[in-house]
Design a protein around this ligand. Structure first.
Ligand code: A3P
Ligand code: MG
Ligand code: MG
Length: 369
């Protein structure tokens, strides 16, 4: 039996007092997946926000939804491809402690307040950097379980609710800046075919405590345009649909959801979240713009003690600093959080190599010369 290392999540209160330093995320590079989901080293899938007309029926077009089949495991491929190109262009290899997708960091950050989460990641150390990917098999299994749970009588199916999120993007975004978009396009967005093939991924440098990291993740759009000057912050915007808040119970549910909205956007430095409130039948009725950085304070002032942003940052910093001392060599490591478990567990599942976490091209590039 391999040794199991564990990192206690609970008691959560021990992370409250610290003040772990964080760095403002800065975009290092980016890439797009196009309408065929082919990777392109450009900004062709960047989208621009322009508010939709309300009310808007988010159900329209469900029959023609172009839904990406994500059953294949892409590992860290797109991220590593983009980093490899960046390194070749700069003639210099990137030095950092951790490289991963934003989604992995979100799961880690929210762990202190997500006792029900159940997830697995794979990690390896290569040339002094820890690479972390999702355990894809576990993700597929969890999703099948979730989608096979029958909806409550009268409730909408998971599939249609997931469609609403993409429909909201389609009716709220433009492929060109607003000033270059014909009015007819803006007014006909409700008729556009909804597709989740295209994506723009931003890759940022950031840091938690003493841990330097590079993370990549999808961003939905920019508010106006992306500045040419790379030192300027980017006006990213994240879109989220959610059920209209009609009573105190729904308010609590929403405030819990805000933890995930906040962490996800915080990690890539997305300053604004546009929340689209919809009815239980999928009619979009109202929009609200939230400032990402103000969310933890807003939730705190409501006084229900549902979650604390600084605790999440401190927890992630402590965990990653600890992880740096555990994963110091090759082989494949599993990082696991089980439902209701008060700790994260780390153990080796392959003695040597890097499993499929690293692409062959990336390893070849890094080991040549
Ligand atoms: P909503 O978040 O508005 O529901 P993202 O918000 O991260 O940009 O994702 C866009 C949309 O993808 C989501 O919109 C949702 O519709 C869908 N989606 C994302 N993660 C999902 C998941 N785990 N299960 C089902 N749908 C998901
Ligand atoms: Mg998105
Ligand atoms: Mg979104």
């Amino acid at each position: 039996m391999a040794q199991t290392y564990s990192f206690d999540v609970e008691p959560v209160a021990r992370f409250a007092g610290q003040n772990a330093a964080i760095r403002r995320p800065r975009e290092l590079t980016f890439f797009s997946y196009d309408e065929d989901h082919q990777l392109r080293h450009d900004a062709s899938s960047l989208r621009y926000y322009y508010p939709p007309a309300l009310p808007c029926d988010l159900n329209r077009g469900f029959e023609t939804f172009r839904q990406l089949d994500d059953s294949a495991d892409d590992h860290l491929d797109g991220l590593l491809d983009a980093l490899m190109l960046y390194e070749k262009e700069k003639g210099q290899k990137l030095e950092t402690d951790v490289i991963t997708w934003r989604g992995m960091m979100t799961k880690i950050m929210v762990a202190p307040y997500s006792s029900f989460d159940d997830w697995e990641m794979n990690a390896t150390c290569f040339q002094g950097t820890i690479f972390i990917e999702e355990n894809h098999n576990k993700k597929i299994a969890s999703r099948q379980e979730q989608f096979s749970t029958p909806a409550r009588p009268g409730a909408m199916s998971q599939d249609i609710m997931s469609f609403w999120g993409y429909k909201f993007e389609t009716v709220s975004l433009l492929p060109e800046p607003w000033s270059e978009t014909p009015r007819e396009y803006i007014d006909s967005r409700e008729d556009e075919i909804v597709s989740n093939y295209a994506q723009y991924c931003s890759i940022v440098r950031t840091g938690f405590g003493k841990v330097k990291m590079i993370i990549g993740g999808e961003v939905d759009a920019v508010m106006d345009f992306k500045p040419e000057d790379k030192s300027q912050p980017i006006n990213w915007v994240e879109l989220k649909t959610t059920a209209a808040v009609t009573n105190e119970r729904a308010q609590v549910k929403f405030e819990r959801k805000l933890l995930k909205f906040w962490a996800q956007s915080f990690l890539l430095g997305v300053p604004k979240i546009v929340v689209g409130y919809r009815t239980s039948q999928g009619i979009l009725e109202r929009l609200e713009e939230l400032d990402t950085q103000a969310i933890p304070e807003t939730v705190r002032l409501r006084g229900k003690n549902l979650w604390d942003g600084q605790t999440c940052i401190n927890f992630a910093s402590s965990f990653l600093e600890w992880l740096k001392g555990v994963i110091t060599e090759g082989g494949v490591w599993r990082i696991r959080k089980r439902e209701k478990s008060p700790r994260l567990e780390i153990f080796k599942i392959e003695e040597t190599g890097h499993g499929d976490i690293l692409s062959r091209a990336f390893v070849e590039w890094r080991t040549q010369g």
